[in-house]
Design a protein around this ligand. Structure first.
Ligand SMILES: NC(=O)c1ccc[n+]([C@@H]2O[C@H](COP(=O)([O-])OP(=O)(O)OC[C@H]3O[C@@H](n4cnc5c(N)ncnc54)[C@H](OP(=O)(O)O)[C@@H]3O)[C@@H](O)[C@H]2O)c1
Length: 297
């Protein structure tokens, strides 16, 4: 099979570390970052500079490698930041994505855009790929506008919506799992929503399916998820069970206790599409917890 040259934006981010870990053999990876960290980037042939606040097309023009596919992970992913600074969220998550899509259209590059379950309001689950987005916070709105920019600008694209990605952070990144285990190991109370439902997915499985999508010719929207709706309190109890720990540190909390930004109640995703005629291969999150814990260094 011919080698594909894939550029991953936001190469130091959490999900990018899993994309690097599961890089297929027939792929050469290039990366972009807005600043360089003192961390190794296994498999990355060349690192390019890309700041989503600056003109994206101009920056991509200076990349002197023929690229076949871009996996666009870079984003302002902190919901509280997006809520406080909606203009920043729109610039980074929507307008920059539109500029990137326009460059891809001009240069015949396939684009894979990572989006989110938070594009939905959360009152009519489950949401499949044909459900209409109706976000209730600025992060969700900006990511939806990014989706629209891709759809309006480009022919060869796939949008992969994901829910809560679960697995330890690699290479200096952090995840809910790291936060949870850190509190548990220090015998600190662990507040967990009992009324926020998502379809958490093992990050390793997400990464493998994003590679399948990137290397396919499939187009349109995909829900890349494990399909098991779950609240964080139930998830916490299951994690404690796998670790042989009691539940006494777990404290159920409600979305109503949080006022920093509106949070959708139930954004369970349902996946109805196939990639190259085969369904997405993603195990239910409860069946992945042992593997997730084993991943902890
Ligand atoms: N993780 C999840 O559970 C989850 C769930 C749903 C959707 N998603 C989506 O999946 C994608 C990846 O998520 P993630 O968890 O890997 O996020 P992450 O760890 O926050 O990584 C995002 C990357 O984007 C870069 N970035 C932010 N602002 C930038 C800017 N102005 N210019 C250039 N780069 C910029 C960051 O660089 P710095 O290191 O320099 O800040 C970082 O490397 C995002 O699009 C997110 O919306 C993630």
């Amino acid at each position: 099979m011919a080698v594909k040259r894939v550029l991953i934006t936001g190469i130091y981010g959490y999900i990018s570390q899993y994309l690097l870990r599961f890089k297929p053999n027939n792929v050469e990876v290039y990366g972009t970052a807005r600043r360089q960290y003192d961390r190794p980037l296994p498999h990355v042939k060349t690192l390019f500079s890309l700041d989503l606040f600056q003109d994206v097309q101009q920056q991509l023009d200076s990349i002197n490698e023929p690229i076949d596919v871009i996996i666009h992970t870079a984003a302002e992913s902190k919901l509280a930041v997006c809520e406080k600074q909606p203009e920043l969220a729109l610039r980074v998550n929507a307008r920059a994505t539109g500029e990137l899509a326009a460059w891809c259209q001009l240069n015949k590059v396939r684009l894979i855009y990572l989006s989110t379950d938070i594009v939905f309001k959360g009152d009519k689950p489950p949401y499949d790929e044909n459900s209409s987005p109706d976000p209730i916070n600025q992060y969700g709105y900006s990511k939806w506008q990014g989706e629209l920019a891709v759809q309006e600008t480009l022919n060869d694209f796939a949008i992969g919506r994901i829910a809560l990605a679960l697995a330890p952070g690699l290479n200096g990144t952090q995840n809910f799992i790291d936060w949870f285990l850190n509190r548990l190991n220090h015998n600190e109370t662990i507040p967990l929503f009992k009324d926020e439902i998502r379809t958490p997915t093992y990050t390793a499985e997400l990464a493998k399916n994003f590679w399948r999508l990137a290397l396919s010719n499939e187009k349109g929207i995909f829900h890349i998820c494990g399909g098991q709706p779950l609240d964080r309190y139930t998830l916490g109890k299951a994690l404690c069970d796998v670790l042989g720990r009691g539940h006494e540190l777990l404290k159920p909390v409600s979305l109503n206790d949080m006022t920093d930004y509106p949070r959708p109640v139930d954004v369970s995703l349902k996946s109805t599409r196939t990639i190259d005629g085969r369904p997405l291969k993603i195990a239910s999150i409860l069946n992945c917890l042992t593997r997730i814990i084993k991943d902890v260094k």
